[in-house]
Design a protein around this ligand. Structure first.
Ligand code: HEC
Length: 103
């Protein structure tokens, strides 16, 4: 049993993207709350992407750039100077932000 658990942990650390995609599939299956998503966006994302999502000097315009799975992966893992939110946001919180962005 213990060996099996260790192998699973090892597989996850060597294939972070595979584990991330399991989580992004779970997030994509959730129903997001746009009101909560707006609050979370304001607290976590607006400083770089702007309250109106049109971007700032610290982050690009993300209007019309929202693709379910791909966007979830960017939020989970970060990209370039964008930080990863995998440890900061829960699955439901990411689903809420996604619902707000797609609205
Ligand atoms: C510290 C600044 C910063 C914060 C905070 C931030 N981002 Fe980003 N974000 C960026 C940058 C810079 C990029 C462009 C990365 C690249 O070009 O590879 C980006 C890229 C993106 C993209 C992909 C755009 C594209 O066309 O590829 C999305 C979607 C996105 N961010 C959403 C979010 C969301 C949602 C949050 C909050 C949970 C957030 N970002 C928080 C800086 C930030």
């Amino acid at each position: 049993m213990r060996v099996v658990a260790l192998v699973l942990v090892a597989a996850c650390s060597f294939a972070i993207s595979a584990c991330g995609s399991d989580r992004s599939t779970a997030i994509a299956d959730l129903t997001g709350d746009t009101t909560s998503g707006e609050t979370l966006y304001g607290a976590n994302c607006a400083s770089c992407h702007g309250a109106d999502r049109a971007g700032t000097s610290a982050g690009p315009d993300i209007r019309g750039e929202i693709e379910g799975g791909e966007t979830i992966d960017v939020i989970l893992n970060g990209e370039d100077t964008m930080p990863a939110f995998a440890d900061t946001l829960s699955d439901q919180e990411i689903a809420d932000i996604l619902a707000f962005l797609q609205n």
